[in-house]
Design a protein around this ligand. Structure first.
Ligand SMILES: NC(=O)c1ccc[n+]([C@@H]2O[C@H](COP(=O)([O-])OP(=O)(O)OC[C@H]3O[C@@H](n4cnc5c(N)ncnc54)[C@H](O)[C@@H]3O)[C@@H](O)[C@H]2O)c1
Length: 270
């Protein structure tokens, strides 16, 4: 269903790799809600992925940018405003990557070059993105910036590895930069803490299927899907949430406030 929630709004969407990506679903829904936007991803991901299909479907242009490179971000933000015909109303940071996770390197045996790279891609890129938007005064007043995160920033999930630390940094940057963006530009900044979701990044985490099943059984409403995450993200881009900022918002079917569920108790008694 479409509500015209984003009619006339211009945006920038990072991280649509394939049709499972949370950013992909968000782009499809934002298009349905009347937004125009530019899609972006790392040059290597653009070569591998299928973003062209999404661009055609949503009538958008694609500009490559490595989110760790400030020059790429500057070019992206300038060109996006030219293409869209003005400042931006919304930005989605939907980026995550850990080489330690990818290569099965244990948390107690990190390769720090990889740790550093993962931190840059997954977390510091959010600061770089916001600093570039801020310096270029590229956001409209009452605009909205959202990044995606996971509850391993607050609680221990051993196999989430160094991504847990990256998410803690990301959430802190959202609050710290959100203060200045709110004060100086009336722009809100929030993170959405999403359920485990079967995407390329999600499935890279060791034991992902077992963990998804566990979360499903623990959450009174069940795991939130990528499409449901897209819907929630759109509400934060809309004018209906203008005073929501500096928040880490759980979108997880209730998982984050659970102690134990009936299903888990039954499984333990077997
Ligand atoms: N899947 C889950 O279980 C889950 C749960 C909570 C939060 N998240 C978060 O959601 C976000 C989106 O991930 P997803 O699950 O849709 O997976 P995904 O693999 O589809 O998306 C990750 C994206 O990051 C992009 N990326 C990697 N390096 C980059 C770089 N240097 N510059 C620009 N882009 C780069 C990839 O190309 C890819 O498009 C991530 O922040 C992830 O941590 C995912």
């Amino acid at each position: 269903m479409s509500y015209n929630l984003l009619k006339g709004k211009r945006g920038l969407i990072f991280g649509a790799l394939d049709e499972n990506s949370i950013a992909w679903k968000t782009a499809e829904r934002a298009h349905e809600e009347g937004a125009t936007f530019v899609l972006t991803n790392a040059p290597v991901a653009l070569r591998m992925g299928t973003i062209k299909t999404l661009a055609e479907k949503t009538n958008s242009e694609v500009i490559p940018a490595d989110a760790t490179k400030v020059e790429d971000l500057e070019n992206l933000i300038e060109k996006s405003q030219e293409i869209l015909g003005g400042k931006l109303d919304f930005v989605l940071h939907s980026i995550g990557m850990s080489i330690n996770v990818r290569k099965g390197k244990h948390y107690t045996d990190q390769n720090y070059d990889w740790t550093h790279k993962g931190l840059d891609v997954s977390a510091m890129s959010f600061h770089k993105l916001m600093q570039t938007l801020y310096k270029k005064d590229a956001m409209n007043e009452w605009g909205s910036i959202v990044a995606l995160t996971y509850m391993a920033a607050q609680r221990v999930f051993p196999d989430y590895n160094d991504m847990a630390d990256n998410k803690a940094y990301l959430e802190s940057v959202a609050r710290s930069f959100g203060y200045f963006f709110g004060k100086d530009k009336k722009v809100r900044v929030n993170t959405i803490s999403q359920s485990p979701t079967p995407t390329s990044a999600g499935q890279g985490v060791k034991g992902f299927t077992g963990f998804m099943n566990y979360a499903e059984k623990m959450s009174p409403l069940g795991n939130a899907t990528a499409l449901e995450c897209a819907d929630y993200t759109l509400t934060l881009f809309s004018d209906l949430t203008k005073k929501v900022t500096l928040q880490n918002l759980y979108h997880d079917g209730g998982f984050s406030n659970m102690g134990v569920s009936q299903e888990i108790m039954e499984a333990m008694e077997e």
